[in-house]
Design a protein around this ligand. Structure first.
Ligand code: PRP
Ligand code: URA
Length: 209
């Protein structure tokens, strides 16, 4: 489907299948989310710009590649975004972090903000927004709006599962923000849940319900 890049690496797809399984434990779900986020981070950052730095190996001085520009920002949509954040920070430990506290009102499916904390200087940084689920896209759209208000203009959105309806709505609201996902599922059900999906990501991560 146009509008989202599907990360189809076999390890990502295998881990996602285990995560979808309702028999997978809370502990297993959290561990897999961390592992999968590491693999997804690898794909999402594959085109980062490099510069050349001078270093000395034990044998010689060389020009060697290193990441160019300011440190990137991971923006986690609480609470389930933190599952993706952990693995990404394992891979890019020097990244800055923004937290956006949003929950979906179960009746209206509109996001309610309860927390926002982000680095001040977002203008010159790549901002990678993370949340396992893109369902109606209301949460992701609101989070990106808040980050843009803060000056961010180079953004990417990463999720595990996306509904076709959510992709279309997000692309319309933020055509400049590419979506990366491990799967585009069939549809949303009447309660705004992704089908077949994996259930409520936050509940499965933290054992709440
Ligand atoms: C889930 C999920 C997304 C949102 C997706 O969070 O982590 O943030 O729903 O739905 P949407 O695309 O329709 O907005 P939830 O609101 O359940 O909060 P939680 O992470 O605190 O459980
Ligand atoms: N949020 C979730 O956690 N799961 C869904 O399927 C939809 C929204």
């Amino acid at each position: 489907m146009a509008g989202a890049t599907v990360i189809d690496h076999p390890l990502v797809q295998h881990k996602l299948t285990i995560m979808r399984n309702k028999e997978t434990s809370t502990q297993g779900f959290r561990r897999l989310l961390r592992e999968i986020s590491l693999l997804m981070c690898y794909e999402v950052t594959r085109d980062l710009k490099l510069t050349s730095v001078t270093i000395e190996t034990p044998l010689a001085e060389i020009q060697s590649p290193a990441l160019a520009g300011k440190k990137l920002v991971f923006a986690s949509i609480l609470r389930a975004g933190n599952g993706l954040l952990e693995g990404m920070l394992d891979l890019v430990p020097s990244a800055r972090v923004a937290h956006i506290g949003l929950y979906r009102d179960p009746e209206t499916l509109t996001p309610v903000e309860y927390y926002f904390k982000a680095p001040q200087d977002m203008e010159d940084r790549l901002v990678i927004v993370v949340d396992p689920m893109l369902a109606t896209a209301n949460s992701a759209i609101a989070a990106v709006e808040r980050l843009k208000e803060r000056g961010a203009h180079n953004l990417r959105f990463v999720c595990l599962l996306a509904a076709p309806e959510g992709i279309a709505k997000f692309n319309e609201a933020h055509p400049d923000v590419p979506i990366f996902t491990a799967s585009i599922d069939q549809k949303l059900n009447d309660h705004g849940y992704i089908v077949p999906g994996l259930g409520d990501a936050g509940d499965r991560m933290y054992g709440t319900k």
